[in-house]
Design a binder for this molecule. Structure first.
Ligand code: 9W4
Length: 425
């Protein structure tokens, strides 16, 4: 472990060069953040602001951190999940002078110790993924609350908890819900999860998708993304659903829809993307074909009942990384990927950088809005705020620009026509 008091604690500083190359690779795939970096490096809107951040230490997060620094902020960082820290990225950030406290595989006490270290900076802005940093400020460091202008939160779960806190009057500074931006959740869930789930399946199996019966449980945003990409790779996609409108959409989008009891007999590959437990259970395993592959990309690792699988199989062995073979008494084999945990994070690298580009552009712009609010002497209420619709459009437009795509604009006559309620139809 490499440790310098009040400055960094990371696994191994000698990984810095490898980390820098990863970050540079992500920078080359994140044009929106890079454009914002160039723009705000000139005006320095975050000068004088100290940001404590608690968010997955990945190559993409490093691009966000460097962008916050370029806009003038002083930054101190910890990871928000013990298993998501990339030690090479953490080393590069530490070697380049960032205050960072994060290493892969830290335990619960170490996790909170790292958050504590980031608070030594006496932040006036916080940036969260899961709200652990905000909770630490509120529960353990109420003395910091008065100087904190506001915070941002990246995830659904975190936003949910913060809204509950605000409803109880317990939230002590305003927070912007980055998750609820359309350019965040819609793109993460559909395009990010869609690609990275197939990526995880392919890395763990190297299986051919074309011609396979590919069963997706759940046709929400994630399920839809996975189904769309599997179809694009030539698989025969089958959807199972409980919600009639979602099932109907799947049908009209050309997918076969049936109950899991029937899909279980047909599937070669199964992906759960529902967010509920016990989607694939004993009777399903019992009717599966020899060689069936099962994995989960939903929120929880209980979508596949692994207890049932263990009960009805006699033998198991690890065939390769993230791929375990279970043998049924009659000799049929079932392959469980990533132990039923999220396949796209365990066996692949999560959302592609191009998708994180938009999520983190929302983070960056929200931090700038909070600083702007502070500078103008405004004080927002201690509530959870949505991202303004204009910010979504601005980020989507920037993304299109960086892709070299131009779109039409409404003429004043068209706007007038749309707004005119006197003309009838
Ligand atoms: N990563 C994660 C979590 C658990 C986990 C045991 C070995 C989320 C969003 C972003 O949660 C994240 N458990 C693992 S690996 C692993 C990874 N195990 C379980 O067996 C493997 C996580 C956001 N994000 C992207 O999606 C891309 N860049 C980002 O910053 C990152 C990580």
């Amino acid at each position: 472990m490499d440790y310098k008091e009040g400055q960094y604690k990371v696994r191994d500083l000698s990984l810095a060069d490898e980390g820098r190359m990863r970050i540079e690779w992500a920078e080359s795939r994140m044009p929106v953040l890079m454009a914002l970096r160039r723009k705000y490096a000139e005006t320095q809107p975050l000068k004088g602001y100290r940001i404590a951040g608690c968010l997955h230490v990945t190559k993409e997060t490093a691009v966000l951190i460097r962008t916050l620094q370029a806009a003038g902020a002083e930054v101190s960082w910890s990871g928000c999940n013990p298993l998501s820290t990339n030690d090479a990225v953490a080393a590069a950030l530490a070697a380049d002078g960032l205050q960072i406290f994060a290493w892969h595989g830290l335990n619960v006490e170490e996790f909170y110790w790292c958050i504590e270290q980031t608070l030594l900076i006496k932040p006036n802005l916080t940036l969260d993924d899961g709200a652990d940093l905000i909770f630490s400020v509120h529960n353990k460091h109420p003395e910091l609350v008065d100087t904190i202008v506001g915070g941002t939160e990246e995830t659904t779960t975190g936003v949910h908890r913060l809204r509950a806190m605000a409803d109880d009057g317990a939230l002590k500074y305003p927070v912007i819900a980055v998750n609820d931006a359309e350019t965040k959740w819609d793109f993460d869930n559909v395009y990010g999860t869609g690609q990275s789930t197939l990526d995880g399946i392919i890395r763990a199996t190297s299986v051919m998708l074309a011609g396979k019966n590919f069963v997706v449980a759940g046709y929400g945003h994630c399920g839809k993304g996975v189904a769309m990409r599997a179809k694009g790779m030539g698989a025969n996609v089958i959807i199972t659903e409980v919600k009639p409108t979602a099932a109907l959409k799947a049908t009209l989008e050309g997918m076969r829809v049936m109950e899991m009891d029937d899909a279980a007999k047909l599937g070669d590959i199964f992906v759960t993307a529902t967010g509920v437990k016990d989607v694939i259970t004993r009777s399903h395993f019992e009717s599966m074909k020899d060689g069936a592959i099962i994995c989960n990309t939903g929120h929880y690792d209980c979508e596949i009942n692994i207890g049932d699988l263990e009960t009805i199989t006699s033998n198991k062995r690890t065939i390769r990384d993230n791929n375990e073979e279970y043998v049924m008494p009659d000799g049929r084999k079932i392959y469980l990927l990533a132990q039923g945990r999220l396949i796209n994070l365990s066996a692949a690298e999560g959302h592609p950088s191009e998708v994180m580009d938009m999520s983190f552009a929302n983070q960056f712009m929200s931090q700038i809005r909070l600083a702007g609010m502070d500078k103008s002497g405004d004080r927002w209420e201690n509530k959870v705020y949505d991202i303004p619709a204009e910010q979504d459009q601005e980020i989507a437009r920037l993304k299109l620009d960086t892709m070299g795509l131009n779109i039409d604009e409404l003429t004043p006559e068209q706007v007038e026509y749309m707004d005119d309620y006197s003309a009838g139809t």
